[in-house]
Design a protein around this ligand. Sequence first.
Ligand SMILES: Cc1cc2nc3c(=O)[nH]c(=O)nc-3n(C[C@H](O)[C@H](O)[C@H](O)COP(=O)(O)O)c2cc1C
Length: 266
Amino acid sequence: MNPITFWHQLSDEPPDAPDLAEDFHEASKCYRATIGRLIHSGRLDRDPDLAHATLQGSRDLSHLPSMPLPPIDADAERRALPVLLREPSCRSFASRPLAEALLGRVLWLSYGRYPQDPAAPFRRRPIAAGGALYALEVYVIAELRGRRGLHHYNVGHHALEQLRPTVTDAELRDLAAEPDLVASAPVILLITGLFNRSRCKYGLRGYRFVLLEAGALIHQVQLVTQALGLRSVAVAGLYDDAVEHLCDLDGVDESFINAVLLGHPP
Ligand SMILES: Cc1cc2nc3c(=O)[nH]c(=O)nc-3n(C[C@H](O)[C@H](O)[C@H](O)COP(=O)(O)O)c2cc1C
C-alpha cells in the first residue's frame, strides 16, 4: 500500500484513549538524566520524623487492645527452616562464572515450569501469578561457554536463547546507576513484564498483578540462590531505556521492571 495513503487513513481514526498503566509505567522509569529527581534520599536526612517512621517499617496501633504472640526463637527457626529465612542481600561476588547447570537450576527453581514437558497443559511454576497468566520474562547476562552474552530464558523449553553473543564491560556499565556493582556480578537477571498477558484478562488491575508477580520472583530468586549456596541482591538502579535497548524491547508492551544480581559468595 502507498504509505502516504496509509497514513491518511490512520489520521482519520480517533487516537487511542490514554492508557493509565502505560502512562504510570513510563512515569516511573529511571533514565540517566532523571534519576536525580526520582530519588529523594535528602528527605530522610533532613526529616528525623520521616527517618524514624521508615525505620519502624510498620504501623504502631498499640493504643488499641493488643494480644502479644508467643515469643519467636529466631535461631531455632533458622535451624529448622533455613531456606525460608532470607539472608541479607550481598553486593560483592566471586568473579568466577556460574556453571551452566547451576544457572539452569536457579532459573528453573525460580520461574521454570513443571513438569518439564513442553506439551503438558499444566502451567504450574514456583511462584504464584494472578490467573496463572505468568506475565514476566527473564533475560540473563552471564558468561556461558567462555563469553559473557545476553540470553532469554525460554521457560517452555528450559533453554537460554542467545540474543547477543557478547556484552562488553562498557555496555554493562552503561546500564546502571551503580556500574561497579552491576559489572561485578557474574549473573544479571533482567525481569521484564509483558503486561498484556495479564491485562488481557484483568484490565488495569492486571498491571498490578504483573508488579506483584515480579516481587514474588525477586524473592524466589533470593531464596533459591541462598539454598544453592549463592548470593544475590535485587537492583532497581538500572536505566530502563538502556536495558530495553539492549534486550530490544519496545518499552511499552514489554518493559523492564527490576534486576537481580547473583553469583558465588566472595
Ligand atoms: C525492588 C528492589 C530494588 C532494589 N534496588 C536496589 C538497588 O538498586 N541497589 C542496591 O544496592 N540494593 C537494592 N535493593 C536491595 C535492598 O536495598 C535490600 O533488599 C534492603 O536494603 C534490605 O536488605 P537485605 O536485602 O540485606 O535484607 C533493592 C531491593 C528491592 C526489593
